[in-house]
Design a binder for this molecule. Sequence first.
Ligand SMILES: [Cu+2]
Length: 101
Amino acid sequence: MIKIFVAIALLGMSVMAKDHVIEQKDKEFKPHTIKVKVGDTITFKNHDGFAHNAFSDDEANEFDIGMQKPNQDITITMSAKSTVEVECAIHPNMVLTIEVE
Ligand SMILES: [Cu+2]
């Protein structure tokens, strides 16, 4: 019985929060812009044959995923409302805007 309650609780959480995929391919974040809700997650998927990174100095959603190897997936959670400018520390031309509503 307890297992069923836990399963329902987890299901409820996963319905509320969505995961959004950002692909890193050909030294670009794809898509370049995305709109998400507070509590949603972003999964960065490195589809290039070399390392990438993603970081933001945004006050509300500061993060740095570090050195991301080829084929590695890294997930972060957007915890507050803001417009988050994301860059790759290795390739300065890679830019992404996450609008957290
Ligand atoms: Cu990069």
